[in-house]
Design a protein around this ligand. Sequence first.
Ligand code: OGA
Ligand code: NI
Length: 352
Amino acid sequence: MGEVDSAFIQAIEHRPKLAIVEAEGIPLIDLSALNSPESSNSSAISRLVAQIGEACKNWGFFQVINHGVPFERQQNMELASRKFFAQSTEEKRKVRRDEINPTGYYDTEHTKNVRDWKEVFDLTVENPTVMPASHEPDDKELTKWINRWPDYPPELREAFEEYTEELKKLSYKLVELISLSLGLPAKRLNDFFKDQTSFIRLNHYPPCPIPHLALGVGRHKDAGALTILGQDDVGGLEVKRKTDGEWIRVRLTPDAFIINVGDIIQVWSNEKYESVEHRVMVNSQRERFSIPFFLNPGHHVMVEPLEELTDEQNPAKYKAYNWGKFFATRKRSNFKKLGVENIQIHHFKIAE
Ligand code: OGA
Ligand code: NI
């Protein structure tokens, strides 16, 4: 491999520790109560809602099992992803992301201006997805993001569409449980996801000769509402524990999805649930594949603390912001190393 590009090197304080702390505490939640015929069984559902609420409050992360996504669909998606990434860079670049159409393949993502040790292929859940044409606040023009399908593997498109259908269903189930856990009606949040700008990312983390200096993804919080992550059996995701700020490795659980609260739920809940920092460690031996589904609202949605969750004692902690413009701004800065801090929700925070 020779010299490694210095763009990958993390500042000393952000380098991973090679001694791994595995979490006992990240909750594992069994969703079977939702899928069983007795799903009208209200005590089982209330227990589930309480578990989800605790997990969102204490960790911002949890894993779910018996989530109802057929194993075969998950497996087909992962196999198609492996085949896609196994191609030459030249082939992959035929569906490369550019500044006009930010979906597609790319291998130069920067998180907080340090390059990530990974390559990705992004596909939107709604095809096409309506978005603002630019990040400029006064530009009202809209555009359509259209998925581009690679020639190989030919089954990728169908695998993606079948997987997406299931993940959408799971995301609504989770959003409804979260809504209930906030004391709101189950469907209170659903309308925000009309014309959603959600996307699925195929992540490939190649083996890395300098796993102590670089990260697969640098520390970050997810900007959307909720993330549902499927991963293979390699592991590497680390979560910053809320109680002490320690980086904790998420345990590998067969057939589980890893769920985390994104920034939008932090704002909607007026910080009852916080979006938690996480990062991905790479290793020198094995490549890793993961597939996050980022649940995002429609571009027109103004994100702000929900009225029902604020009052005089607990005033709104954020000003409203437009999701489409926020997302477009973030996409732009992830594409190019701009040398400035990414847009973040704390820019909309109301001083206390
Ligand atoms: C992300 C992310 C985690 C992983 O893409 O935002 O946090 O394990 N990925 O790939
Ligand atoms: Ni993330």
